[in-house]
Write a protein that binds this ligand. Sequence first.
Ligand code: SF4
Ligand code: SF4
Length: 405
Amino acid sequence: MVLDIRNPETFQGPDSPSDDDLATCVHCGLCLNYCPTFRVTGLETESPRGRIYLMTQWKRGGLPFTEDQLRHIDLCLGCRTCEAVCPSGVPYGRIIERGRAEVERLRRPNLRSLLVRQALRGLLAHPGRLRAAGALTRMAQRLRLTSVVPQSRTLPRLSQPFQPPEDGVAPAIGERRCRVAFLTGCVMPIFYPRAHDASVRLLQMAGCDVWFPPDQRCCGALFAHNGDLEGARRLRDLNERAFGMEAFDFLIVNSAGCGAHLKDFYPGLGSRVRDLTEFLVEAGLPEPRRELKLRVTYQDACHLVHAQRVRKQPRRLISSLPGVELVEMAHPDICCGSAGIYNAVQPRMSRRILEEKLDDLLTTGPQVVVTANPGCQMQLEAGLRSRGRGDIAVKHIAELLVEAY
Ligand code: SF4
Ligand code: SF4
């Protein structure tokens, strides 16, 4: 079906992908076998090259803007694996972010788009509402009322959310070497408070005063990745103001998707943003005190390895732990199918990608799977449970590191 085109300049709105960015693709096809959706389907239309071609033709008017073709854009995980392997330097992250914004502007409203927008603008952007939703879910899980709050079955078991110190600063342990700001984020303090506690502890041990700007909000990554650039810009303005209230040396982020977004989308802050692992390798940690005796495998978070190109640092930190054996799985840097809210809006494709990941991961016989992103953690936990392997722990890298102290 050809959509009614409400804007006469189809796919040429102010946020559409630029001609220059689209033209960097030379159609060599070297990215194809790295793309998770192409690997599953074998279809050109589900490949980076196919998606770039589609957007280019929409822009030029060479192909009609049709509902069934939007599916190919919707099915992209935004994992940016293609960007990392492209010899021509295609800025695919920027292309798909802008392409999605343009698709959302032009497409006929549908229930899924409306629900996504409502979840983002009505919930994620409001810390108070998120905390209330977290408290309700926690209660439903405790009372086993999971039919009342259906998502509480798939979420991790919630405990008390992360609370920054009352005076807003966690002081350095030992010699004070620098002052860092910490992004608490939107869902991480509710879903994975232990990862935050561990991250802050490690930063303190590395000699940092850790400051928590009180008015910080969700960074807006999920907004930008789902076609709501306007919402992402609004959150950026609020955060640039909140983080501008006091001086700091680095802004530390322990969630890969948020870190990549801050580096790319926040001109006023991006150059000071560091992933936790990147920073800890630079700053150095004291000698670990405990031997852990664990067989561990590491799943790269796409927005850490492909978008931020942080590959060696997490491995170096894990390998430095006494008694820990790091066993690499096949394709550790291929997406697990989580991709923000992709697993909720594209459950079938997400599941197919996850199954391959679980096969690779289980082959290593791990006791612990380590990652650096809450979405991957949740996806892998759910996947392992579904295979009856809930005995394998999935941990944020900070949780594993802090155990050695
Ligand atoms: S995105 Fe890069 S690797 Fe893929 S076809 Fe285009 S130029 Fe080649
Ligand atoms: S971002 Fe990921 S899923 Fe999308 S085209 Fe690139 S490799 Fe494929």
